[in-house]
Ligand binder design. Sequence first.
Ligand code: NAD
Length: 477
Amino acid sequence: MKQHFIDNRSVAGSSGESIPVIDPSTGETFDQLARGTAADIDVAVQAARRAYDGAWGKLSAAERGRLMLKLSLKILDHHDELTQIESRDCGKPVKQARADVTAVARYFEFYGGAADKLMGETIPYQAGYTVLTLREPHGVTGHIVPWNYPLQIFGRSIGGALAAGNACVVKPAEDACLSILRVAELAAEVGFPAGALNIVTGYGHEAGDALTRHPGIDHISFTGSPRIGVLVTQTAAERHVPVTLELGGKSPQIVFADADLDALVPVAVNAIVQNAGQTCSAGSRLLIERSIYDKLMDRLATAFSALRTGAGSADLDCGPLIRHTQLERVQRFLRDAEAEGIAKVAQGQVADDAPKGGFYQPPTLLGNVPVDHRLAQEEIFGPVLVTIPFDDEADAVRIANATEYGLAASVWTRDGARQLRVARKVRSGQVFINNYGAGGGVELPFGGVKASGHGREKGFEALYAFTVLKTVAIKHD
Ligand code: NAD
């Protein structure tokens, strides 16, 4: 049974109730988690406040950064252990879990190094004044994390917050907490003061909601679905608490006729197969100039047919989905597609030795999906690539912008002027030219527009988001 981690130690939940931990590769329960309550959240927030007012708050920026760098190295020392935990808990192929561990270490490295480089400014003002700005931490920050990349999103969310001097309370997703709990233990081992980083496990409508409502929380970073993002924002607004929202996506990759298809095909496949398509910034819509549509679809069909899905430990192209209800949801989308005559152009295979109880969906390539169809509009969150032909540049931009989302996009063309023209016209938090995702890029500001959210994480932008700017005007003459 895994308990909460508060004040640098395991703390039993107040209710004594638990949540089963299910292995998505087998469907079997292999552990239990504490089912957090409002009382548990309160204990964690009080611990964070004590740390903020005490040992953690008294550290210099350089000392905070040094602790984060130590944690980064400690994570790398435990690379294999964390990889196994993440792979089993989420069903991730081992290589994906390994990449996620590398990424969380990199978050603490980047933000550890940045902690003492966050500075205010002096502002030229009237004679007789000196005006300066201070970047101060919010205080105690709440972090609500989804299940698709628990380690990475945990690191992304708290990296900037800790570096800026906040004390954190994290509510991981009920489906995937184990790696986060282990990293919190490692943080205690490298010397983080008690209460600087606290984890309360539990359901969103219980522990998550209690965190959002708690009067001791000064800022909320929420990563998850647009529906819950709205709820969290409404609740936080009642107390005027700022919120960073990282929500969903239906991200387009726009492929013009002159694109380098040799470079594109593996990137386009990976952009939807990575993490079984359970990626907020998955490249889930491929918009293809009509003159090359059939040629490119032939190549994609060959690639999709060769993909293999199986247990996380089998380390194939694709692992299982996180839970049974997620599999049913993806299968419902595919049944609708079939009923409505949308072509299933190609599909990968589930490996013969994949355990029978696992939540497996083979990668699927759909052809000629109408722009306004729900398959082209809604986030499927599974390994399903929707393809749409377009006629010209204006048509491509129109289709790219024709969803409620705006998280990531890419433009594939050799025409430099077109690259920039289209990048500027697509409404999206990130745009990639002749690549996609840029390998994660801890340094690169990330976030959405429209229903994909607001505020930015990653890069230096996150440090700004996790501080409050105070202007100090001194009259000396
Ligand atoms: P979700 O919104 O159901 O859950 C996300 C988190 O919110 C979980 O920890 C959950 O327990 C918690 N939660 C649920 N109800 C809550 C409530 N009433 N109050 C407070 N917290 C609550 O989303 P999910 O199904 O876990 O994750 C998938 C979604 O997350 C997708 O839409 C995906 O695109 C999005 N996502 C976005 C990003 C990004 O960076 N933009 C990254 C990963 C996932």
